[in-house]
Ligand binder design. Structure first.
Ligand code: SF4
Length: 362
């Protein structure tokens, strides 16, 4: 993106002031994250895709494991899908992993295995949008291309006191063009990461921004005019949907019943514990398990949890039921196989799944 005149021109001395303040602040305050300092295009791509809809602190334990398992574009292109989904297990939004594999195959077939360095080529890859392309181009290739995510939109809207709705594409475009004027000629990667870091740790999304700690408070129009609680403007979000689900942890001969989800819709193609709409009573759950042919012996334990997606909450009632039959309707896996082979999305994992100690009893 060229630096060009926009409806909100930034004076060169103001742009220089923002660049210096932000870069100095980032240098002193950046968090120590595993992909920082190893800014290869592949590392930036993986970390940015993982960070979508996910807190940085949460994804840390997944990033190293993923990079060890799939250290290169070629390794990702060659990945067995079941292995890939297992490595992604717990991160959610599994279509991100599936798209990365598709993109890796295209990088190998069309770009000789090297992640391309133009916006047009990056945008042709599955799962890569303007934000990820900007992140790769600025952080890995040092180009003055903005990467505008929610954090950066919020910082820029407050800095320049944009009063438009930031969820409207025209407003986002205006903010992106304004930001392009502020980019430095050097250290573009640090500038991009500085903006992201500022939005994540100082100009925060929930609660009051920490303006007293902010390196650009002397330039920020929202701070100067006391409008930080009104900006950014965002459309009113629809109330979230709430669904009740009963999940069955059926165990027979120390094996657990799982099945594959349909190849469409939420969490498509992944493994799940059998489940049913609504909250069933223990007795109703045993009756349904009997209809499936599992011959329930006793309900050992019940548990409850809520799983939150971006647009919907699942209110989940679990029953651990001992059975004496293993109907072919399901695949029966032991705890090692559940841990090592089958990708069970976090939504379906019983509360103590990571310890594979379902409800502390078996
Ligand atoms: Fe955000 Fe406050 Fe900094 Fe302005 S001064 S960018 S509102 S933290």
């Amino acid at each position: 993106m060229e630096k060009r005149k926009t409806p909100y021109p930034i004076a060169p001395q103001q742009a220089a002031q923002i660049q210096k303040s932000l870069l100095d602040w980032y240098d002193k305050n950046k968090r120590d994250l595993p992909w920082r300092g190893v800014c290869t295009p592949y590392a930036v791509w993986v970390s940015e895709i993982m960070a979508q809809q996910t807190r940085i602190t949460f994804l840390l334990k997944y990033y190293d494991r993923f990079m060890e398992r799939f250290p290169t574009v070629q390794a990702l292109a060659d990945a067995d899908e079941a292995d890939l989904l297992k490595a992604w297990e717990g991160l959610g939004y599994y279509s991100r992993a599936k798209n990365m594999k598709k993109a890796a195959r295209k990088i190998v077939s069309d770009f000789g295995g090297a992640i391309p360095d133009t916006e047009e080529s990056l945008l042709s890859l599955p799962g890569i949008g303007a934000y990820t392309a900007g992140a790769i181009l600025s952080i890995a290739y040092g180009r003055a291309i903005p990467a505008v995510d929610g954090n950066v939109l919020r910082v820029m809207a407050r800095l320049e006191e944009f009063t438009g709705d930031i969820s409207v594409p025209a407003v986002k475009k205006k903010i992106t063009e304004t930001l392009a004027q502020i980019y430095p000629d050097k250290n573009c990667g640090d500038f991009t990461q500085g903006l992201m870091e500022l939005g994540a740790t100082v100009c925060i999304p929930a609660g009051k921004p920490k303006c007293e700690e902010c390196p650009v408070k002397n330039i920020c129009k929202a701070f100067k005019n006391g409008t930080t609680d009104k900006i950014p403007v965002k459309k009113v979000v629809k109330p979230r949907k709430h669904e009740k689900i009963t999940v069955f942890v059926l165990v027979c001969d120390r094996k657990y019943a799982i099945r594959k989800r349909e190849n469409r819709g939420l969490l498509y193609g992944l493994w799940e514990f059998p489940n049913h709409e609504g909250h069933l009573t223990s007795e109703e759950a045993r009756t349904l398990a009997a209809e499936w042919g599992a011959k329930p012996n006793k309900t050992v334990q019940a548990a409850h949890k809520t799983h939150t997606f971006t647009h919907i909450d699942w209110d989940m009632q679990y029953y651990l039921i001992e059975c004496t039959e293993k109907p072919d309707l399901f695949l029966w896996a032991d705890k090692d196989e559940l841990r090592d082979i089958y990708a069970i999305p976090a939504a379906f994992q019983p509360p103590d799944f990571n310890q594979i100690n379902f409800f502390g009893l078996l």
